[in-house]
Ligand binder design. Structure first.
Ligand code: ZN
Length: 452
């Protein structure tokens, strides 16, 4: 295992430090009003560029991308509702969730009854501001806590007209996304994709951006020590339209994607959840399931479904890529989801650090999941004369290592990967891979070329 991965994976101190750093990054990104296009995305990606060498791409409004069209670019500077006394009763400067994302500009006076048609709240969660969007239907609106709405309603009798002001633009511009390619020995690619289009929401959105950034940092650190086997391609894209746009513009490169993960909701304290790729039995599916099982902590596995995040696009039938999604509590299953309660206190450094360690374990498994060939396949090789029993002598798990050695020798016939052998034997991948490298050093195994 590479030193960088070992460092992050095994040292609790570093895991905690990374968790803190990811949380800090989210704190910096939190106030920025992001959307599927616009300066909020650009500002956010510029902050990530202070950590990793992201390339920023701009795709013009009107570009045809499969069945979709890149929309107009939206930018907002200010928005509020004032009562007749001139007091701001809803203020975008207080929370960027107050604006219906993609609202068209307006400056008007209107009675409460007319305004109310444009107000959104959650009666069941009266203290929370909901997150709403209207990307593909031109409209305007404000989101507010239900308790605030009730107060406005009470006072509406005495009040005169309300002043509604939204200083926004919706014009021809660009869709912006960030991309980082870390070339490996092979062009075969691991895709890491996260969405970057939500405003002040932490678990859904910012946690994925922070984890992807720190995963890229770890791989860059690792690369300084040893070249990676795979090429890693990180995408920071607006949800749905971003992945559709990227796929449409990179159709020729898509076949290089051998494994992929969509990163989101990785900062809450819930247990980890893996949503399988549409294929269901891709190497990435098996790698994640193995890594989760090795943690000896509760986790959940979901079959693919055609809703959720950008795995929907990567796993659309025309691509059917081996892309799953590793989250903690899945979207929509925590009450804070798409509300102002998905805030900086809902996500914790400990959970972020734990999620990153799991992603690193999956990457490490993919990197080392080679096929080997037994060079002495007729009968068992005599291990004693090669001091292979004593190679594990004194180790607590010496017996397990011996057994693992026999499994690796027997099934290294060129058609079983180390993960196949780990699954068959019930031993952890780490042990199987460690044993394989010792057997290789003793000329009992030879690694088969990759890309077979
Ligand atoms: Zn969302």
């Amino acid at each position: 295992m590479g030193k960088a991965l070992e460092f992050l994976q095994q040292e609790q101190v570093n895991r905690a430090a990374c968790g803190e750093a990811m949380h800090q990054l989210m704190t910096t990104l939190h106030p920025i009003c992001r959307s599927i296009t616009g300066d909020g995305v650009r500002q956010s990606l510029a902050i990530l560029q202070q950590h990793i060498p992201l390339t920023i791409h701009e795709v013009p409004t009107g570009t045809a991308v499969f069945d979709w069209t890149v929309p107009k670019e939206w930018n907002i500077r200010d928005a509020y509702v004032k009562n007749a006394r001139g007091e701001k009763v809803i203020d975008f400067q207080q929370s960027n969730l107050h604006i219906l994302n993609y609202s068209t500009p307006i400056a008007a006076q209107m009675p409460f009854a007319a305004l109310k048609q444009h107000l959104f709240s959650l009666p069941d969660q009266p203290h929370s501001i909901p997150y709403r969007t209207s990307y593909y239907r031109e409209s305007w609106g404000f989101c507010l806590a239900h308790e605030t709405l009730l107060k406005l309603e009470e006072g509406a009798q005495e009040e005169g007209d309300y002043e509604v002001y939204i200083d926004a633009t919706l014009t021809d511009g660009h869709l912006t996304y960030g991309e980082l390619i870390l070339p490996g020995e092979s062009e075969e690619t691991v895709l890491i994709s996260c969405h970057c289009c939500h405003p002040a929401l932490c678990n859904d959105n910012l946690s994925g951006m922070a984890l992807s950034t720190y995963l890229a940092k770890a791989l860059i650190e690792q690369q300084a020590v040893r070249q990676q086997r795979y090429t890693y391609r990180f995408l920071f894209i607006p949800g749905t339209i971003g992945s559709i746009t990227w796929l449409a513009l990179h159709e020729a490169e898509v076949e290089k994607i051998k494994h992929g993960l969509v990163v989101a909701c990785v900062g809450d304290e819930g247990s980890l959840t893996y949503k399988k790729s549409r294929r269901g039995d891709a190497e990435i599916d098996r790698a994640v399931l193995h890594a989760l099982a090795q943690r000896q902590q509760p986790y959940e596995v979901l079959d693919f479904s055609p809703f959720g995040y950008d795995e929907r696009q990567y796993c659309s039938p025309g691509f059917n890529l081996p892309v799953g999604s590793l989250t903690r509590t899945p979207h929509g299953r925590f009450p804070q989801y798409h509300t102002s309660d998905d805030n900086l206190t809902f996500v914790t450094p400990a959970a972020l650090g734990d999620s990153l360690a799991t992603y690193l374990a999956v990457v490490d498994l993919l990197e080392r999941n080679h096929y080997y060939c037994n060079l002495k396949p007729k009968g068992e090789p005599q291990l004693g004369k090669r001091n292979l029993y004593s190679a594990f002598g004194g180790k607590k798990d010496a017996k397990a290592s011996e057994m693992a050695m026999l499994w690796v020798l027997n099934f290294s016939d060129g058609s079983h990967s180390l993960l196949d052998i780990a699954e068959k034997s019930g031993y952890g991948f780490q042990l199987i891979a460690e044993v394989a490298s010792i057997l290789e050093e003793h000329d009992l195994l030879a690694r088969m070329p990759d890309g077979r």
